[in-house]
Design a protein around this ligand. Sequence first.
Ligand code: FE
Length: 260
Amino acid sequence: MPIKKIYTEAYPLYDDGEHKVFWLGIEEADEEHGILTNQYLIVDGNEGAVLDPGGYFIFERVARNVLSRIPQVNIKYILYSHQDPDVIGTINLWYEEAPMAKIAISNLWIRFLPHLGVSESSRIVPIPDRGDVFKLGNSKIIAVPEHYLHSPGNFGFYDEKSGILFSGDIGAAAFPKDEWYLFVEDFEEHATYMEAFHKRYMSSTKALRAWVRYVKKLNPKMIAPQHGAIFEGENVKKFLDWLESLEVGVDVFEKEFWGD
Ligand code: FE
């Protein structure tokens, strides 16, 4: 399905009245500006957290959809999964757009941020390797370590109330041209859009299987990646089982480039 106009607005993934989660839209023009990305907003009471707000060309749409749901002074956090340009490319703009927000990213990437024009760092929060917990209203967002999947300093974010795990690049899919959907329906077909990405961008089979073990215990209701489509219902289990059987990164690289 091609990207339709209707998806330019924020779309609710969860809403119990007090706690809400939104996917922040997509536009046809996004296809011309690199791999498609997903952005998310979590709201609890009157506090909000924006996850992986993304790069330059989508800033206007993401900011509009965030501010249609929450006043800018109530944005408590900007949470970054890792340091790629499609994730943190507008960090200097968000520093101004969310004037009260703490901006959290792995402690590995703090020293690189001034290169994006972030010269004032009093609101930058380093996430330690073991993870952290962010209080939002009456809810908690847990930073789940995802190191080497793919970045050496990488975090997913688990929203306890909604049961949604925002997985960063794990679960990413690169759609063929003119193909797009928000929720995975046919898992087997979707896996063909994920395989090459995971084999080359994910670093380590060992790290990946450790993450799958952790996430199976966490038992999320939904897994929402930064690229591609969202897994819910039985597709969460299918996705985790698929990851568990996949060889990625250095393990594939060693064989393909240097032989057994
Ligand atoms: Fe990435």
